[in-house]
Write a new protein. Sequence first.
Length: 187
Amino acid sequence: MPQGSTGPRGTRPLPHNAAAGLPARDNRLPDGHGAGIRGTRWTLDRALGNQGGFTLIELLVVIIVLGLLVGLVGPRLFGRVGQSKQAAARAQIELLGAALDQYRLDIGAYPNSGQGLDALQRNPNAPNWNGPYLKKAVPKDPWGNQYKYRCCPGQNGEYDLWSEGADGAPGGDGENADITSWDSSQK
C-alpha cells in the first residue's frame, strides 16, 4: 500500500522494519522527544539520588519524638478507659432495672434476694412469669464481677442494684467508686 493511503475500513498500516519484517518501534516520549527507555531510567536515578536509607541520628530523633508523644498522650487515653467502663456499668444497671420492672409487672413483685437476677433468665416457679426478660445471660460488670442485688425491700428503694467498681470492694474513688441504681448524681 502506498504511503498515506488507508487499508480496509479506513485503518492505516503500521510502518515496518524492512530488514526484520517487524513493525517499527517508536521510542519517543509523549512530548515527542526520543529519549526512550534508557533516558527514562537515567531520569529516575537522577531524581532519586544516591540515598540508600536513613542515618542513625535520624532514626534516633524519630524514636525520641514517638516516645514523647506516647508519654504525653498515653496517660490521657488510659484515663478514658476507666470512664468508659463506668459508663458501661451505668448503662447495664439501667437495662437490668428495666428488666426488673418488666418482671414486676408480670409477677407482681421484684425477685427476692435469694432468687437474684437469675430470675430474669430462668423461671423461679413464679406464676405469670413471661420471660426471659433479658436477651442474653445476666452480664457481669465491666470489671468481670457479678452485679450485686438486694430486694424486697432494698436499703435505698424497692431494690438495690450496684457494681463495686474496679476494686470489687464497697466505696472507693474514681474507677474504684461504686455505681448504683439509686444514686442519679453519678453521671
